[in-house]
Design a binder for this molecule. Sequence first.
Ligand code: MG
Length: 658
Amino acid sequence: MKRFLTLVAAALLSAMAFAQPDTPVVRYLRENPRRAAFNTHSYEFLPLHDTPAPKGYKPFYISHYGRHGSRSEWGGFQYAFVRDILAKGAEQGILTPAGDSLMHEAAFIFESYNGMDGRLTPRGVREHAALADRMYHRYPQVFKDGCKHIRAVSSTVPRCIVSMNGFTARLAAIQPDLDLDLDTGETYMKYISQGENETISERTRKALAERRKNAPALDTVTVLKNLFTDPAAGRKLIPDLNRFQGAIYATAKVAEAFDIDDNLFRYLPFENVVRFHEDNFLSAYLNQANSELNGQLRIPLNKPLVDVLIRQADDVVTGKVQRAADLTFGHDWPFLGLVSYLGLEGVSEKLSIDEAAANWLPSWYCPFAANLQMIFYRSRKSDRVLVKFLHNERESSIPALTPVQGPYYDWEDVKAYVAKRVPTAGIVAHRGWWNDNAENSVASLGKAQDFGCWGSEFDLHLTADNAVIVNHDGSIGGIDIQKSTLAEVRTKTLKNGETVPTLDEYLAQGEKSKDCVLVLELKPQAGAEREDVLVDACIKALRAHKLWNPSRAAFISFSHHICRELARKAPGFTVQYLGGEIAPAQLHAEGINGIDYHYSVFYKHPEWVKEAHDLGMSVNVWTVDARKDLEAMRDLGVDQITTNDPALTRTVLWEACR
Ligand code: MG
């Protein structure tokens, strides 16, 4: 009894310590506690309001991006863990009615889950059918009056395909003469499912770990009181109380997906639910949305999806394609990236972690079946096309853009805005980012990777015994690399204490980030024969490190011969010539697909940027450190900027964005 009183006292103290501030997020959870499921909250349909379109305007086309509907979670062991502990309590006769209820619910969820991770549940299908129903009946003229063709494309993941089927089957049931065209495949994944990034995940992990350090301990007492008539005896059944509460939270999160009409979060103290919820959704906010921490890295990753949706719509607007609707079915991370890219109100706000914890409403922004609908309008009396954005079916706005009227935007304004939403140039760290370490050091590559540079450049020489060494100059510490052996070169150190790295050591660091392109500069050697040896050695090393992939490595060289050899031996890879004296067309004719010229060349020949682009070539520029030159090269529209100052470059690139 004494122990129980101590537990109760501790509960009171902890309840006081955890008193929740009255933030929008906390109010939102109090209003409907099931929202604590965050991105596994089933779709919550709220009353809609339609602002009348400007006079004479009628809807004619819809572009819909929908996240799959309610699904099971991964790892049913959480539900089994809850069920089994409570079953032991039942054997001892110490369960409260709440404990008994949770035991049966956990058992039901475990059985329904049935070992199928991420499976769309019947509720998920119904969510999509209902969405289709409402879309149709809200804008029937789009389907009845115009062309009856609808194209639907899904992620290759089964829950998205089944969502697509649920949605389109309902449309076909309502209007059997619709011409529905469904597809899925790897090609579509390049835009439907992009946006995962290791650099961003790592930064998120570190930031959240730092934040958790200051978090007070969880209330571990209330849950025992809720579930057991003898809390002290119940406690003995649980190996780890925090883990047990985490498992209850995980069980509660998916209850809705399995049509359980009960709020399972009620078994936990509200303060703990707020904590679990916050931990979960902050990770999504930082990884997927426009956060202060990662937004500049994250949002540009959604460009392929935005470009496809804009092009699809524009093809219909310009009459190139006849279509009533384009439907796309995917996942939460591209969805959040998409609405953030478009700068929709609320969801796309750039917040600090603390601001997001208080204000960002995850289960409203991205529940199961979250969707974006762009509704297009035209009038017989005007060429102007208008578009309205619906986020989860409710009218939304783009605060950075002035509408024509109400939530209706000029399509041309939207396209111009989207084109300037993210920088078009990637940042290449010149010899790594070496301001606090050493040029061409392994540490300088690591720093460029951590910063989220598009790429990191480094210089390569061949030793007399055919080893490849990373160093800028042809000599180091008084020895000539090309005339020395690897052993001789390796007696030298960089100013940060590293031994002069070999290409192998450098690539080992390169393997650690899929998101930072390795830009290999192959230095001219004494004659074509030696240059061929260097080219072959680089290719062999990339293959050995599983980096033989055009999205992981690119090549630059002042040697025209090396560039020609690489164009031949590394098809599909970017190869940029550095010399600066050759017009793009000539290089293109030789099969070289890029230029990387000093900025002074582009001041003299600004037309070479467009000439190269028209030929499908990439354009990089070196080495741009001054603000005025960075601005000039940014405005010329180069694809990459090689710089010693990635931070200033990022600032200047984003200054031109909206
Ligand atoms: Mg270089």
